[in-house]
Design a protein around this ligand. Structure first.
Ligand code: 3HC
Length: 704
């Protein structure tokens, strides 16, 4: 069956692209559109043509999976040349061609619509060129047609930010010609019929760029280029700017040739492969487990949070922001008042920044109900426990929750270190208990670890995944082990950063090496933002339980800083010092003194350390431990670990995450680095058995 359906209704040919779930354009679909338009042009029964999408969307873009086949620049150019030629054929249609857009017209989907003579859309449609988020530029004429249709500013914004326009903004930008409030197809057919009667056709590529807009357009391109740091992370953005600029300075055909070249150079790059990897990794991580017939995951209509501290308050906001009413419980009114004042402050600041209307803020705030008793807990579908990180307190809370909630209510713990199974047991209904590990600040951080306990039911995992996506989070299902995935990996990352400091590197050098690698902040600046007290209290807890740290030698410096009351930005000093009211990190000689003392105690002769060694040691520690996490089955896939570290701790997306990065370096190289470090530094650098196995088997990919 063809992926494009053909019908003639009231003299208008209606072509419907039908390639679920999002009508992505693979080779077959492009060809089917081409064929269907040619048929409509030749069909005496049709005076005009409407092109639309079946199901929930117009077209979400070119089929991203196909890019894996574009392994050389030549092949990518060839593919792009085919699409360009095909879209020009469409645009040459002798009959008016109208795109009827609902849902999304993204990437190649928008480019397809741009090659139509007109565009009509539903009010909730979204139109954009998100290619840069995949490390590429529009490769089907988008950078050439957009400036002609909407001007340079809009074209530049769409192609460099990837942010889509809603229908109203698209109408204002002349990207769509009509917003249809009622039946889209009926509106589109009527519009197309009127164009046919008027014998109107408006091929986008024939539109002139208004001469008086060119100087300002070129200046906008120059400014955009100056605002972007050169380097592989920004390869696609810079290419998009160049291509839009070509759209202004070159004739359409010449600009198109250059667009194809730039697209091809981007699509074969490691950065684009990394970003495409994350696109699918994020979706794989959120995939629902298969459930027995008749079991549907519970929908969360009402929630409750126990504990109105920083985390609990943040989690309550996450629910309210998603429109879900939430009870926020703590022991007394004073605590709740403090929490609500903080929440209100956050919304007020969003209003001041124009991110929220005053009415929106009030509406959202009204969804949070402060309570000091469990009275209303019988009506909620989910409780998130976010009390102080203390096993006895949490165990007691879970026992209480079992008595006050419905039997099928989901009981989630936000613990970051404690054993989920112990809490599950305390509740008496372990199948309903799951970890929901949010990251601080909960309302801003996208990562959400969903911790599967030994007896957590698949339906509860599925409900948690569905809920997380509704809350706008990026969920990853992880196993129940100390630190889960995120904090376990973080411990190795920080171990290496701290040891490098003792061995001779400075805090500033290590942070700079990691930001040059692509992290938004280095490991020390990150700790100053998060608060050094958090890690210190976890270490205290571990010492109190007599638990041995698995990640090897621990630098004593973080504990010394904690003892000195240097908790980071919030106390004006941590790894750096801060002037009052400023967040600019300033080097502090005390850290070098502490590093010298620590080195002396460990009998280390401090030395010059290169930036390459810093990056290599830190990333190798992550990759090796990532393999252990997989070997221990705490993560299901290497790509899940990539999602965790990119969303949790800012691993540069254009490198695809620690595991994808290890693959791009080559697994044998990673293993030989671990072996070298083991020989140099001691057996805390032990190769992961999984890494050794993968290398022995000659595997190049961890997930296979
Ligand atoms: N190619 C291949 N598969 C795609 C796809 C695409 N362009 N877009 C979405 N999918 C798949 C997803 O992988 C997912 O598959 P799964 O069910 O097996 O996991 C399924 O479609 C549904 O996608 P989402 O889970 O993301 O659904 P949502 O409803 O949450 O979001 C969306 C819909 C906003 C359209 C989102 O899917 C999206 O942003 N898609 C990508 C858009 C994009 O980047 N387009 C540009 C592609 S590159 C291009 O067009 C180049 C051109 O210039 C030549």
């Amino acid at each position: 069956m063809s992926t494009v359906h053909y019908a003639v209704i009231d003299g208008i040919a209606v072509l419907t692209i039908d390639n679920p779930p999002v009508n992505a354009l693979g080779e077959e679909v492009w060809t089917a559109v081409d064929t269907a338009v040619a048929r409509a042009v030749a069909d005496p029964a049709a005076t005009a043509i409407v092109l639309t999408g079946a199901g929930r969307t117009f077209v979400a873009g070119a089929d991203i999976t196909v890019f894996e086949q574009l392994t050389t620049v030549e092949r990518a150019m060839e593919r792009s040349a085919y699409t360009h030629a095909m879209l020009c054929r469409l645009e040459d249609s002798a009959k008016p061609l109208v795109a009827a857009i609902h849902g999304h017209a993204l990437g190649g989907g928008l480019e397809l619509a741009l090659a139509c003579h007109y565009r009509v859309a539903t009010p909730d449609a979204r139109l954009g060129q998100p290619e840069v988020s995949l490390g590429i530029i529009p490769g089907a004429g988008g950078t050439q047609r957009l400036p002609r249709l909407c001007g340079v500013d809009v074209a530049l914004r769409l192609c460099t930010t990837g942010t889509p326009l809603d229908a109203a903004a698209a109408l204002a930008a002349h990207l769509v010609d009509l917003v249809v409030d009622g039946d889209l197809l009926q509106g589109a057919r009527q519009f197309a019929g009127e164009r046919a009667s008027a014998q109107a056709r408006r091929p986008t590529r024939e539109l002139p760029i208004p001469a008086d807009s060119i100087p300002a357009g070129l200046e906008a391109c120059r400014q955009a280029r100056n605002a972007v740091a050169p380097g592989p992370a920004n390869r696609a953005v810079l290419a998009a700017i160049e291509s839009v600029e070509n759209g202004v300075t070159l004739p359409f055909d010449a600009g198109s040739v250059r667009e194809r070249e730039l697209f091809a150079e981007c699509v074969v790059s490691t950065e684009s492969r990394a970003l495409r990897h994350l696109f699918f990794a994020e979706r794989d991580a959120a995939r629902l487990p298969s459930l027995p017939d008749g079991v549907t995951p519970r929908t969360v209509a009402r929630a409750a949070v126990v504990g109105a501290g920083t985390m609990g308050s943040g989690i309550a906001m996450v629910f309210a922001n998603a429109g879900i009413p939430v009870l926020l419980k703590d022991v007394d009114d004073a605590t709740l008042d403090r929490s609500l004042a903080t929440i209100r402050g956050t919304y007020d600041s969003a209003v001041q920044k124009g991110r929220l209307t005053p009415e929106g803020a009030e509406r959202t705030l009204a969804l949070i109900t402060p309570v000091t008793t469990y009275e209303q807990f019988g009506d909620v579908d989910l409780v998130v426990e976010a009390v102080f990180e203390d096993l006895a307190l949490k165990t007691r809370t879970f026992a209480e929750l079992a008595g006050v909630t419905a039997a099928d209510c989901i009981l989630a713990t936000n613990t970051s270190v404690l054993d989920v199974d112990t809490l599950a047991k305390a509740s008496g209904r372990p199948a309903q208990v799951v970890g929901h590990h949010y990251f601080s600040p909960a309302h801003l951080m996208s990562l959400h670890e969903i911790v599967r306990g030994r007896q957590t039911s698949p339906a509860v995992v599925a409900a948690s995944l569905t809920l997380a996506r509704r809350l706008g989070k990026v969920p990853v299902v992880v196993g129940n082990a100390f630190g889960f995935v995120a904090n376990r990996m973080l411990a190795y990352y920080l171990r290496e950063a701290h040891l490098l400091l003792e061995e001779g590197a400075s805090v500033r050098q290590i942070d700079a090496a990691m930001t040059t690698f692509g992290f938004p902040v280095g490991p020390f600046a990150m700790q100053d933002i998060a608060g050094l007290d958090v890690g210190a209290r976890i270490r205290q807890h571990l010492r109190s339980t007599g638990r041995r740290r698995s990640e090897g030698p621990q630098s004593e410096i973080p504990d010394r800083l904690f003892e000195l009351g240097r908790y980071g930005q919030k106390t004006g000093a941590g790894w750096y010092r801060y002037e009052p009211g400023s967040r600019t990190p300033l080097s502090d000689p005390i850290i070098d003194d502490l590093a010298h003392e620590a080195a002396k105690r460990r009998r280390i002769v401090r030395r010059d350390i290169t930036d390459e060694e810093i990056v290599s040691r830190v990333t190798t520690a992550l990759a090796n431990e990532g393999c252990n996490v997989l070997g221990d089955r705490i993560a299901r896939r290497a790509s899940d670990i990539d999602v965790v570290y990119c969303h949790g701790f800012g691993f540069p997306r254009h490198r695809g995450g620690p595991m994808f990065h290890a693959q791009t370096i080559g697994l044998p190289t990673v293993l030989s680095r671990v072996q070298e470090y083991e020989a140099r530094f001691g057996d805390y650098w032990r190769p992961s058995p999984l890494l050794e196995k993968l290398v022995t088997e000659g595997r190049t990919s961890i997930d296979g």
